[in-house]
Design a protein around this ligand. Structure first.
Ligand SMILES: *Cc1c(COP(=O)(O)O)cnc(C)c1O
Length: 425
C-alpha cells in the first residue's frame, strides 16, 4: 500500500472496494463513525426484516408458528446453523446456533472435560476474556478441584500477545482440556489454531476455541484443523443484535456422546415430542442445545447471515486486512508525536479484525473520540480498540478517525475528561 495520507487516497481505496455497496444495507447514523463493530455489530436492514418476519409469524400463527410460516421455529436453529457453517469451515451438522458464549462454554466444558487419574487440569491463558476464565474456574469447582491449582494460565511476555510455543510447552501430561481464543480480544492477535490443535492431539488432549473475535471477520477451517469444539457470540462481527443467540461447533468424531448439560431441546427432533423421560440425544451438534430456543434473539441473524453469504468471508477478510493496514499506516504517519503504541501484530496471518492502540491516557482519549462522533472501545487498563468493519466501514471512515484522533492529541482536548472508564467500557 502506498504511504499516502491524503484524503484522495482514502477516496480512491473506497472506489476500488468491491464490497462498498453493502454499506447501504446498514443503519449508520449520519456523521457518526462507528469503529466498534467487534463489540456490537450494527443493525442491517435485512436483519431488521428477518426479526419483523418472525414477529409476524407469532402474530399470525401463535403456537402453530413452531411448524408454520416462512421460518418454522422448530427448525429455525438448524437453518441458522446451516448458514453459519461456512463461516467456521464445518459441516452443518457440526454447528448449532444456541445459548450464549458463556453458557455454550459451560456446556462444552461439561461435555468434554473428563478428568482422569493425573490428567485433571484445564489449560487456558491469562489474556482470555474474564467470562471464559470464570466459567472454566466454576466447572473445575463443580468437579471438586481447586481452580488455583487445576487451571493453568499461559502467561504473556508483553501483556498483549501469546507465543504458540509457550502454549505448547504448557501442554503437559496433567492437562485434560485446553480452551483458547482464536483472536485475542484486546490485541487482536490470531492464534495458530491448526498448529495448536495438532500439538494438543499429539499429547492426547482435547482442545476448543472461543471464536468471539474472529467469526465473521476471519475465515476458519475447524473441520480440516480437527478442532474438538468451538463456541462464539453472534452479536459482534456477525451483527445479530445485542444478546443475540450464540453458536457452538462440535467435531463430528464426538457425536453420540452424552451432552454434559442435558435438556429436551438436545433431543433427536423426531423423538422430542414423545415426551419420554428417557432422553434420546440428537445425533449431531443439536444435542448440545438445552431449552427452547430464543427465537426472537436469533431472528436478526437470518438476515445478517444472508449478507455474509453474499459477500463471502474471503472477500470480507481481504477488505478487513486492507482497512487495518491502512489504519496502521495512517497511525504511523500521523500520530508519531503522541506516544501511541500499536499492540496488534503486523503480520497478516496473526492479525484479526481490529487494531489495538495502547496509550496512558486511553480512557479519556476514548471519551474525546466519542464527543467527536467516533465510537471506539476502551479496554482497561490503557487500550483503545478500533475496528474498521469490512461490511460497513469505508477507508474514508478510517482516514477521518485518524484525523480526529490527531486533532484531539494536538489540541489536548482529552484533558478535560477524567482518565477513568465508564461503567460499560
Ligand atoms: C464477547 C465475548 C464473550 C461474551 O460472552 P457472552 O456470554 O456473550 O456475554 C465471551 N468471551 C469472549 C472472548 C468474548 O469476546
Amino acid at each position: 500500500m502506498k504511504r499516502d495520507t491524503t484524503v484522495s487516497q482514502a477516496r480512491e481505496l473506497d472506489e476500488q472496494d468491491t464490497l462498498k455497496k453493502l454499506r447501504a444495507e446498514f443503519y449508520l447514523q449520519p456523521d457518526v463513525i462507528y469503529m466498534d463493530g467487534n463489540s456490537l455489530g450494527l443493525l442491517s436492514k435485512r436483519a431488521e426484516q428477518s426479526l419483523l418476519s418472525l414477529l409476524d409469524s407469532w402474530k399470525k400463527h401463535g403456537i402453530d408458528g413452531w411448524m408454520k410460516g416462512e421460518q418454522p421455529w422448530f427448525y429455525f436453529s438448524d437453518r441458522l446453523s446451516e448458514m453459519c457453517a461456512p463461516l467456521v469451515g464445518a459441516d452443518k451438522k457440526e454447528v448449532m446456533i444456541t445459548g450464549s458464549t458463556t453458557s455454550n462454554l459451560h456446556q462444552l466444558v461439561a461435555s468434554f472435560y473428563h478428568p482422569k487419574g493425573a490428567r485433571t487440569k484445564i489449560l487456558a491463558d491469562e489474556l482470555n476474556f474474564p467470562s471464559d476464565i470464570y466459567a472454566i474456574s466454576s466447572q473445575l469447582s463443580l468437579h471438586g478441584y481447586d481452580p488455583k491449582e487445576h487451571m493453568v494460565l499461559v502467561k504473556s511476555n508483553d501483556g498483549n500477545t501469546l507465543n504458540e510455543a509457550d502454549i505448547i510447552e504448557a501442554m503437559k501430561e496433567d492437562v485434560a482440556l485446553i480452551v483458547l481464543p482464536s483472536v485475542l480480544y484486546r490485541s487482536g492477535q490470531i492464534l495458530n489454531i491448526k498448529e495448536l490443535t495438532e500439538a494438543a492431539h499429539e499429547r492426547n488432549i482435547l482442545i476448543g476455541f472461543d471464536l468471539c473475535h474472529s467469526i465473521g471477520s476471519v475465515p476458519h477451517e475447524l473441520s480440516d484443523w480437527d478442532v474438538d469444539f468451538a463456541f462464539w457470540c453472534n452479536y459482534k462481527h456477525l451483527n445479530g443484535g445485542p444478546g443475540a443467540v450464540g453458536g457452538l461447533y462440535v467435531n463430528q468424531k464426538h457425536f453420540g456422546q452424552k451432552p454434559g448439560l442435558a435438556g429436551w431441546f438436545g433431543s433427536d427432533k423426531e423423538k422430542q415430542f414423545d415426551l419420554s423421560i428417557q432422553m434420546t440425544p440428537a445425533s449431531n451438534a443439536g444435542a448440545y442445545q438445552i431449552g427452547t430456543p430464543n427465537i426472537l434473539s436469533a431472528a436478526p441473524l437470518y438476515g445478517s447471515l444472508e449478507i455474509f453469504a453474499e459477500a463471502g468471508i474471503d472477500a470480507i477478510r481481504e477488505k478487513s486486512l486492507k482497512l487495518t493496514d491502512y489504519m496502521t499506516l495512517l497511525i504511523e504517519e500521523e500520530l508519531s508525536d503522541y506516544q501511541f503504541a500499536i499492540a496488534s501484530p503486523m503480520e497478516h496471518e496473526r492479525r484479526g479484525g481490529h487494531i489495538y492502540l495502547v496509550h496512558e491516557e486511553a480512557a479519556r482519549i476514548c471519551k474525546a473520540l466519542k464527543e467527536h462522533q467516533v465510537i471506539p472501545d476502551f479496554r482497561s487498563p490503557n487500550g483503545i480498540r478500533l475496528a474498521p468493519v469490512a461490511l460497513y466501514n469505508s477507508f474514508l471512515d478510517v482516514w477521518k478517525t485518524v484525523q480526529i484522533l490527531k486533532k484531539i492529541m494536538k489540541e489536548e482536548s482529552y484533558k478535560k475528561y477524567e482518565n477513568k472508564r465508564e461503567v460499560i467500557a
